[in-house]
Design a protein around this ligand. Structure first.
Ligand SMILES: Cc1ncc(COP(=O)(O)O)c(C=O)c1O
Length: 762
């Protein structure tokens, strides 16, 4: 037991507080001895000699959840293999180089994008699509199945225009289609599929009204291979009525409510009491009504969805087998069945454990999944002598999860060291104590001398409670309260009872970027993306920027409640120019982007799209979009940034005066920049203090460092967004300096609009 020779610095007697040492108490000198190890000393002694990038790969289980796309390279950075196992060594992409390119100021050749940042890899998307297709092709060939697999991508997983367009384009050779669950999703699927394979399916799921059904029928008129899947029995009347009015012969599917139920979190959609689909009685009524209307030949597809993240192939085969029986029964009842649509559910192994017992893992891979589906359908159809149907899956998570990485920074960390304690401070504390408090202190001292660790802690806590009471009564000063905190801290660390977990503050909103963690406790692999050649010296939890106690990540894959992390170098990101510390959230390409909200008005991340290229860097950034600005997110909540800016500008004109009468102009210019910048923290080194230019100390980002748009083309393969040129960037730039061009309100609205336009139309 190290003895307690301590007191916090803050507890030195303040001016005007005279005190005398009560000699009946032990002097602090009785607690002589060594200090407990501080965090700083722990860090300086980190031994990297037996640490290598592969040690980090093992620690963070990267090979388990990341293969075949993510690994650690010899520089200790995350390396991306865009073509999975087919990636050649020179084709690997160093993620840190991408982050540097995206975030470096434009003056240093970067794109000036602010973090957080989503890095999309279309090559990975393509590889996932091809792997899924070839898994089914292999199973179909191997089992002598007499039809084919034809997947659709459920756009709800990630509706980003470029993700959907990529899937349609890359999947065209496989007749890959889209699934929609709402009217806007249907509209986007219709327009995207105009460039896809003519055979690609357009599956219309979800609750439908007359407008939705009309749209789906119009899609058939446009020769899109559209199937209206009945989720509710009532939808059938509308389909029959509207198809007559529009003179379109519809293709109809029914969604069956299966008895097979999956027990995981996502299984609530399944089973007899599940939210969706028709019961067997309802399916029979649908068949009758279609027959009665002379439209039974329109019924061609059976759909079901057991739930996302189906844990095992045993459960999958059970569900597919049940559905195949319904399919065969529909054939027997006279429907012209063609397709069995097995829904989503193809899972992702987020923690790499390959376990069927957890919501974040699955016990199979693509090949096993495909083999189980093909076998289950074939078995039932062969027994009933029914022609093998086309197998369709609506695999979303499995297609898009791997293709994007969310990169964010830790900007500071809580300190874990014991401040030096002074004799004076300790004496000053003791002097202010009540009789009871002094008794606790004496007992603490005696217990320390006897080496009774648990009792030390007990008296320290008791002493602290008394001090808090005294402080509330006003009989103890703030320095004394700090002293008792320091003393208790010291005691816990000395006896090894303190919590060594540190809090890393990250420049991120959990609610915006990892909403499933907050909403349903879903875990994703989160790891540092560099310094992986160094042994991580501390353990930490991540605390986000929001003022919400839920805005923290304190659960990690593998059942861990903290994450091995490296000490921040220098003085961190935000407060200085020190070494930056980047973390990545992996496998989050599905659902997270659309589910994220604007809590605290933090908007989405910046996005870059990165393709493998044979240039010196082995990658090319083919698109770059800054995240929503403060003005953008204000507008989401019906505020009008232009009017807000005008109000503040007029106020500045009225109240801010200096000798040359220009102070309000530069102030307005700074305000305009604040509306235009992203809501996240910006490192001081990336900002200019316009104080130096006589702007009342107002800080904000230099347009040349972090702009709201990407405006330069630097590489042959790169197709940069030339936003500024689109809108006449001269206006944009002059807005920022307060020297407004005609037609511009000084806010740089032209820039804001074009950032939005770019997302929609480039
Ligand atoms: C009807 C339907 N199809 C497909 C999916 C996509 O599922 P997954 O992401 O598990 O592939 C879902 C998601 O819940 C769904 O409800």
């Amino acid at each position: 037991m190290p003895a307690l020779a301590c007191c916090v610095d803050a507890a030195v007697a303040p001016p005007g507080y005279a005190f005398t040492w009560n000699s009946s108490l032990p002097t602090p000198d009785t607690f002589s001895g060594a200090h407990p190890p501080t965090n700083t000393s722990a860090i300086t002694t980190i031994d990297n000699s037996h640490w290598s990038p592969s040690s980090s790969a093992a620690l963070y289980k990267i090979d388990c959840w990341g293969a075949p796309y993510f690994s650690v390279n010899s520089s200790g950075n995350i390396s991306v293999q865009p073509y999975g196992t087919a990636t050649l060594p020179h084709q690997e992409i160093d993620l840190m180089k991408v982050v540097k390119k995206a975030s470096d100021p434009k003056s240093s050749g970067g794109l000036g994008l602010q973090l957080p940042l989503i890095v999309r890899f279309p090559d990975v998307l393509k590889n996932r699509l091809e792997s899924l297709q070839s898994a089914f092709d292999f199973a179909i060939k191997g089992q002598g199945y007499e039809s084919h697999y034809q997947g659709v991508y459920p756009v709800k997983c990630n509706q980003d225009r470029f993700v959907v367009e990529d899937i349609v384009k890359m999947g065209s050779q496989f007749r890959f289609g889209l699934e929609a669950g709402s009217k806007p999703e249907l509209l986007l699927a219709m327009s995207c599929l105009c460039t896809g394979s003519p055979d690609a399916l357009l599956i219309c799921n979800g609750f439908k009204d007359a407008e939705y059904i009309s749209l789906a029928l119009v899609a058939r008129k446009l020769l899109l291979n559209t199937v209206i899947v009945l989720e509710q029995e009532e939808e059938l009347d509308l389909v029959i009525d509207l198809s007559r009015k529009l003179a379109v012969r519809p293709v109809i599917g029914v969604r069956a409510k299966l008895r097979t139920k999956h027990s995981g979190h996502f299984g609530s959609t399944s089973g007899e009491k599940g939210k969706f689909g028709l019961t067997t009685t309802q399916i029979l009524r649908v068949v009758k009504q279609l027959e009665h209307s002379g439209m039974l030949d329109c019924l061609k597809l059976l759909h079901f969805h057991i739930g996302s993240q189906i844990p095992s192939t045993a459960l999958l085969a059970d569900g597919v087998g049940e559905a195949a029986q319904i399919y065969c029964e529909l054939v027997r009842l006279g429907a012209c069945m063609r397709v069995i649509d097995i829904g989503g559910g193809l899972g992702i192994d987020y923690d790499g454990s390959k376990s069927a017992e957890s919501d974040i893992s699955v016990s199979y891979g693509l090949e096993e999944y495909a083999a189980a589906v093909v076998q289950a359908v074939r078995f039932v159809c062969d027994r009933k002598s029914v022609k093998h149907p086309v197998i369709c899956s609506e695999s979303g998570r499995a297609i898009v999860s791997h293709h994007s990485i969310l990169v964010f920074e830790a900007v500071s960390a809580s300190v874990y060291d014991v401040p030096p304690m002074s004799t004076h401070g300790l004496q000053y504390l003791v002097q202010g104590l009540t009789e009871d408090g002094r008794a606790d202190y004496l007992n603490l001292s005696n217990a320390a001398n006897r080496g009774e660790l648990d009792i030390c802690l007990l008296y320290a806590d008791q002493l602290k409670q008394r001090c808090v009471e005294q402080f509330k009564e006003g009989s103890l000063g703030i320095e004394q309260l700090a002293a008792v905190d320091g003393l208790c801290d010291f005691v816990s660390k000395s006896i090894g009872a303190s919590n060594p977990i540190r809090t890393y503050n990250v420049n991120l909103s959990v609610f915006t970027s990892i909403p499933d963690f907050w909403g349903i406790g879903q875990l994703f692999p989160i790891i540092p993306i560099h310094r992986l050649d160094q042994r991580p010296g501390v353990s930490g939890v991540l605390s986000d920027l929001t003022c919400d106690s839920d805005g923290k990540i304190d659960k990690f894959i593998g059942g861990e409640s903290s994450l091995p992390l490296h000490e921040l170098e220098g003085d961190g990101g935000v407060s200085g120019s020190g070494g930056r510390y980047y973390l990545g959230m992996f496998l989050g390409g599905a659902y997270e982007e659309a589910l994220g909200g604007v809590h605290n008005l933090f908007g989405g991340p910046s996005v870059v799209r990165v393709s493998q290229s044979d240039g010196p860097q082995s990658f090319a950034v083919t698109r770059a979009v800054p995240g929503p600005s403060c003005g953008d997110v204000l507008r989401v909540m019906q505020h009008e940034p232009e009017l807000m800016f005008e109000t503040l500008k007029h106020r500045a004109e009225e109240f801010v005066h200096d000798n040359d009468g220009m102070a309000h102009v530069s102030l307005a210019s700074s305000l305009a920049r604040s509306f235009r910048n992203m809501p996240y923290l910006v490192a001081t080194s990336y900002c200019c203090s316009t104080a130096a230019n006589g702007n009342n100390g107002y800080y904000n980002c230099n347009d040349d460092s972090y702009g709201t748009a990407v405006d330069s083309a630097t590489g042959e393969d790169d197709q940069w967004m030339k936003l500024h040129e689109d809108c006449g960037i001269s206006k944009f730039v002059t807005c920022g300096t307060g020297n407004y061009a005609s037609g511009c309100n000084g806010l740089g609205l032209c820039g804001l609009l074009h950032v939005k336009d770019m997302k929609a139309s480039v």
